[in-house]
Design a protein around this ligand. Structure first.
Ligand SMILES: NC(=O)c1ccc[n+]([C@@H]2O[C@H](COP(=O)([O-])OP(=O)(O)OC[C@H]3O[C@@H](n4cnc5c(N)ncnc54)[C@H](OP(=O)(O)O)[C@@H]3O)[C@@H](O)[C@H]2O)c1
Length: 275
């Protein structure tokens, strides 16, 4: 795994908070940051995964690793975010949790499925950004990295609410980058493409010939490199993003919907889907 610059801990230490830090991309962030000498606080729901990741990092890097078992979709997330941020000196907050688990037509799923994504990808990032950035602004340094998805680039059938919630994260980071730059606080949204994570393997995604998921470690280290360099960093590269932007919006939605159908083995025809 590539290394972070020598002054990374001075800029973003002494401790990083990783929301969704127990496995996959989140654990890769933890590994890279610990190697750079940062202490860590990892948040996730599964105590076992948290303990395994924390123990491995302590063994390899000797940094302090704290674990907080928490569901980020809780109704009192704003108060919990305030308590968590106030308890430690965080120079870096990474909001990584937020994948979709199971896809389907919007009306074929309970409304709570969509509302849960709003809590996970909109409400909780707002809560941690508000509390975290206020503390960083008062110190005149720090960073917030929010992990979004290429799904957030355009609307898509089968993941309508997920795509909308990931779009929220991109647009939120753009505005916050503009507002906080003058205070020495970096805000960047790192936009992932298909990435090999335990969650994705569990989600029922279909393996498609020729479609190779990105390595979680490579994504995490390149995203940390991009922190502060731009409001939004795309793992696929700017050329792919520019090509997507050049397509008419309805054509892009049709393409994204066909991709979603293919990835999860669903019907790609909008006239027969779900019938
Ligand atoms: N993997 C991909 O192909 C892909 C593609 C595009 C974008 N992304 C983005 O990359 C990020 C990471 O995705 P991922 O595939 O690793 O899956 P994920 O389900 O977002 O899991 C990542 C971490 O978040 C934690 N987490 C998930 N839901 C949580 C909740 N409600 N409360 C607290 N912690 C929670 C997980 O632990 P627990 O489950 O134990 O809580 C895990 O540590 C997401 O934002 C996703 O949108 C991923």
């Amino acid at each position: 795994m590539k290394e972070l610059p020598g002054d990374f801990a001075d800029r973003y230490g002494p401790r990083a908070l990783i929301l969704g830090g127990s496995e996959g991309i989140g654990a890769a962030f933890a590994e890279g940051l610990a190697a750079a000498g940062l202490d860590l606080t990892l948040v996730a729901r599964s105590a076992q995964a948290l303990e395994e990741t924390a123990a491995a990092i302590r063994r390899s890097h000797g940094v302090d690793v704290e674990m907080i078992q928490l569901d980020l979709t809780r109704a009192d997330i704003e108060a919990r975010a305030g308590e968590i941020v106030a308890a430690r000196d965080y120079g870096l907050i990474i909001y990584n949790a937020g994948a979709t688990h199971g896809v389907g037509l919007f009306l074929d799923q309970p409304v709570d499925h969509a509302l849960n994504l709003v809590r996970l990808n909109c409400a909780a990032p707002i809560a941690f950004a508000h509390h975290g950035l206020a503390a960083m602004r008062s110190r005149g340094r720090g960073g917030l990295l929010i992990v979004s998805s290429m799904s957030g680039m355009v609307g898509s059938g089968y993941v309508a609410a997920y795509a909308a919630s990931k779009s929220f994260e991109i647009v939120l980071a753009e505005g916050l980058h503009w507002e906080l730059a003058r205070d020495g606080v970096d805000v960047t949204c790192a936009v992932a493409t298909l990435t090999d994570t335990p969650a994705m393997r569990r989600s029922g995604m279909v393996e498609i010939e020729g479609l190779v998921p990105m390595d979680a470690g490579a994504f995490a280290m390149n995203a940390l490199d991009a922190l502060g360099t731009a409001p939004v960093w795309y793992a696929v590269g700017e050329a792919v993003v520019e090509a997507m932007r050049a397509a008419p919006r309805t054509a892009a939605t049709a393409h994204a919907s066909a991709m979603s159908a293919q990835l999860w083995g669903m019907d790609a025809d909008p006239d027969t889907a779900g019938r």
